[in-house]
Design a protein around this ligand. Structure first.
Ligand code: ADP
Ligand code: MG
Length: 253
């Protein structure tokens, strides 16, 4: 059995009167892709940023790899990979130089080309961030989470705003990082993304977890409860049409 790498117990976050996270409990298993799924304002980013040690909590307990957030935030920081905000990207530096800079901040030894290859940006090594497409920027942002060779990476809405090809490319990037042994915790409000990528999802609404299971099990349970789609589904979607017309390969350049 897989062991829990993250344990969240009765976590609460209040912003004044607003209860953004309302006593949620869940565990993430080492090696899985775990999704926090929910509409805007559900409390996904707040939950993620508390685990990442970037926001304070109001109540509850968080443990990462056995370290308590209250006692050992520094130890947790060393184990996790967090997306660096693009506002922190020095505009004059290219991707290799930025990775070298970040590696210096983490005191980590990295091979920038190897890291860029992991996110399929080896051809853009000498480019500046402003010269990248939206999908390439997101992949670079994912690369920045890997600089300190973390055991867990956190991705907050990694594919929001991307076109279908760029989304699929990022999905493959996330999968391959996971297959190399990194636990992935991501948030999304795309159901197809959660279904494709996540081993398990927690569905969050107004600060509460209303379901937590593998996507396939959530669907089977719904069908077992007698649910039937109102309209017969076609065998393809409009997105399939789009991808079929515009091509499967990435066209970002
Ligand atoms: P999600 O990521 O699921 O969209 P958030 O965690 O960003 O949700 O926000 C949850 C709720 O908390 C929302 O109602 C949001 O407006 C509120 N909120 C988030 N950050 C702050 C903040 N710094 N101050 C006050 N309210 C906030
Ligand atoms: Mg959010």
């Amino acid at each position: 059995m897989r062991s829990n790498i993250i344990e969240v117990n009765k976590l609460v976050k209040r912003y004044g009167e607003l209860v953004a996270v309302d006593g949620i409990s869940f565990a993430v298993q080492e090696g899985e892709i775990f999704g926090l799924l929910g509409p805007n304002g559900a409390g996904k980013s707040t939950t993620l940023e508390i685990i990442e040690t970037l926001r304070t909590k109001t109540a509850g307990e968080v443990k990462v790899a056995g370290y308590s957030l209250d006692d050992a935030p520094g130890a947790i920081k060393k184990l996790i990979g967090v997306q660096l905000q693009s506002s922190g990207y020095y505009p004059g530096l290219n991707l290799i130089q930025l990775i070298e800079l970040f590696a210096g901040l983490y005191n980590a030894a990295v091979d920038p080309m190897q890291l860029l290859t992991k996110v399929n940006l080896q051809d853009k090594a000498k480019a500046k961030v402003k010269e990248l497409s939206g999908g390439q920027r997101q992949r670079f942002s994912v690369a920045t989470t890997l600089i300190n060779s973390p055991r867990i990476i956190f991705l907050d809405e990694p594919t929001t705003g991307l076109d279908p090809q760029a989304r699929r490319s990022l999905w493959e990037t996330i999968r391959s990082i996971n297959q190399q042994g990194t636990t992935v915790v991501l948030t999304t409000h795309y159901l197809d993304e959660a279904e494709y990528l996540c081993d398990r999802v927690a569905i969050i609404d107004t600060g509460k977890i209303i379901a937590l299971d593998p996507p396939g099990k959530l669907i089977d349970d719904l069908i077992a409860s007698g649910f039937e789609r109102k309209k017969e589904m076609k065998l393809a979607t409009l997105e399939d049409v789009f991808i079929n017309l515009t091509g499967h390969s990435l066209r970002e350049d």
